[in-house]
Design a protein around this ligand. Structure first.
Ligand code: SAH
Ligand code: F3S
Length: 478
């Protein structure tokens, strides 16, 4: 950190002491976990004397937290990196680092392929950033992509970046043990491990004390959360006695968070159908502050494709789970992820996906064309043999059908009152607030005297497929 005595300007008679610290700029791509990780990184980098900046031109250190989930995500990052060439020509001291999944996947190769990059850091190596930054500032490239069996960053208090001051992500697990055959995440984020519930509660407590009103508990597969004192999940069966009895699974964690913070809205993501237990659904129904929304990726409606994807459930099991959710929580919204054009997917497989969508009528969803990821089981064993055109057409059909279903779902709210947590100004009008109901649908309404962070009951008058439009009827006293 440089301490400069600065004369403000020629006319100024007063002198001021300015702490001219170095600045870092961080940009995140991909899943919510990456955004949460960037807040951990910001905390670690800030402790090294760097201030955060939103202006690239001011930065001494640019960090991109990258995503590898589809080829397109990687291409976006590569293009972004090219854009930094000019900045580097103008500022010889500028360092560029890549973090996250692409760093983990490409390792040292990144330095060869993208000459602009000085620093490559995988998702489990952020605590090494102080050393790595020192290395690059001394003119050497630095790489750490070691994956860990126990790192959860439970002891790092994240710096909330571009926060609305109302909603925040809190990670509860890292990594994934599922090995879906198309997915690069188990390779880039390593083995699944759960975070100590004490550190989760502590992080939420800090947020609540700062007046945050909603948290989303994050993990690749939250329902498989399991704390028994640390260690890999696969080793849980090897222990016995009290440690096994006092273990905390996801439904117990939800209960703990809901009871400790009765006025906090609680969300979670993502649920894997094979791991979602009745206990979780019952806990959701018992606690009003746990939002009635489940993101439940299905990927395909065909058993043949599900099997080739190494998803551990059948179409029938998935539909039974949906039935159970709707029986216990009738107003629970459900959203999906679907992949179209997986290797060998036939027209009939595709029809089965459309048919499953018709049965569930998801509230919303995220739909993707299959993108072969190097190193995955699918890349090794199957030919990426569905043509681009067929993938594109199938995707369009799926997107169109989802649009119909989303419309059907939002129309159902018309004439009903929903509780909204105000998060920000509406993008379309500075006279309106924007927030979400507990089902995670965006609601906009006139501002009146309400403010960001208020819970308001809103009577829904109109809708589009993605947004509810209404009128505030009264605050809900939270
Ligand atoms: N469990 C994770 C899933 C991460 S990936 C979570 O927390 O959300 C998010 C979604 O990306 C997956 O559900 C899947 O639908 C999609 N996806 C993953 N790998 C893909 C690939 N190779 N091609 C296309 N889509 C993919
Ligand atoms: Fe990927 Fe399947 Fe895990 S989609 S993140 S391997 S649950």
């Amino acid at each position: 950190m440089n301490v400069d005595l600065q004369i403000k300007n020629k006319e100024s008679i007063s002198e001021s002491i300015k702490i001219d610290s170095k600045k870092f700029y961080i940009e995140s791509y991909g899943c919510q976990m990456n955004f949460a990780d960037s807040e951990v990184v910001a905390s670690i980098v800030s402790n090294e004397g760097y201030d955060s900046t939103n202006n690239l031109n001011d930065a001494d250190l640019i960090l991109l937290n990258t995503c590898s989930i589809r080829d397109k995500a990687e291409q976006t990052v590569r293009k972004r990196l090219q854009g930094f060439n000019k900045l580097k020509r103008n500022n010889k001291n500028l360092k560029v680092g890549v973090l996250g999944c692409m760093a983990e996947r490409l390792k040292n190769k990144f330095l060869e392929e993208e000459k602009i990059v000085d620093l490559v850091v995988g998702p489990d190596a952020y605590k090494d950033l102080p050393n790595l930054i020192k290395e690059v500032n001394e003119g050497r490239n630095a790489v750490n992509v070691i994956l860990s069996k126990d790192e959860t960053y439970g002891d790092v208090n994240p710096v909330r970046l571009s926060s609305n001051g109302v909603t925040a992500f809190v990670s509860i697990t890292r990594g994934c043990d599922n090995m879906c055959s198309f997915c690069v995440v188990p390779f880039t984020r390593g083995r699944e491990r759960s975070r100590d519930p004490k550190s989760i509660i502590k992080e939420i407590e800090i947020l609540v004390n700062k007046n945050y009103k909603e948290v989303t508990l994050l993990g690749q597969n939250v329902d498989s959360y399991l704390w028994y004192g640390g260690g890999l999940k696969k080793d849980f069966k090897k222990i016995s006695g009290l440690r096994q009895k006092t273990s905390i699974n996801f439904s117990k964690l939800l209960k703990l968070v809901a009871e400790t913070f009765p006025h906090l809205r609680i969300r979670f993501s993502t649920s894997n159908p094979q791991d979602m237990s009745s206990d979780v659904i019952l806990t959701m129904s018992k606690y009003k502050n746990i939002c009635n929304h489940i993101h439940l990726p299905v990927q395909s409606g065909s058993d043949d494709v599900l099997k080739a994807m190494n998803r551990q459930h059948t179409r029938a099991e998935y539909l039974t789970l949906i039935k159970e959710i709707k029986e216990i929580i009738p107003d629970c919204s459900i959203s999906q992820d679907i992949i179209t054009g997986f290797p060998n997917e036939t027209e009939n497989d595709h029809k089965l996906t459309l048919d499953l969508m018709d049965k569930v009528k998801y509230d919303f969803g995220y739909m993707f064309k299959y993108s072969e990821r190097p190193g995955t089981f699918a890349a090794k064993k199957f030919k990426d043999n569905v043509s681009e055109l067929v993938k594109k057409n199938r995707l369009q059909e799926i997107v169109d059908l989802q649009q119909e279903h989303s419309n059907f779902r939002t129309n159902n709210y018309i004439g009903k009152s929903v509780e909204v947590l105000i998060e920000k100004e509406s993008k379309k009008s500075n006279m309106q607030w924007s927030g979400r109901n507990e089902q995670n649908t965006v609601v906009v309404f006139n501002k009146e005297d309400y403010k960001i962070g208020d819970f308001v009951n809103v009577l829904i008058k109109k809708c589009t497929s993605a947004t509810l439009i209404g009128e505030a009827i009264n605050p809900t006293n939270k």
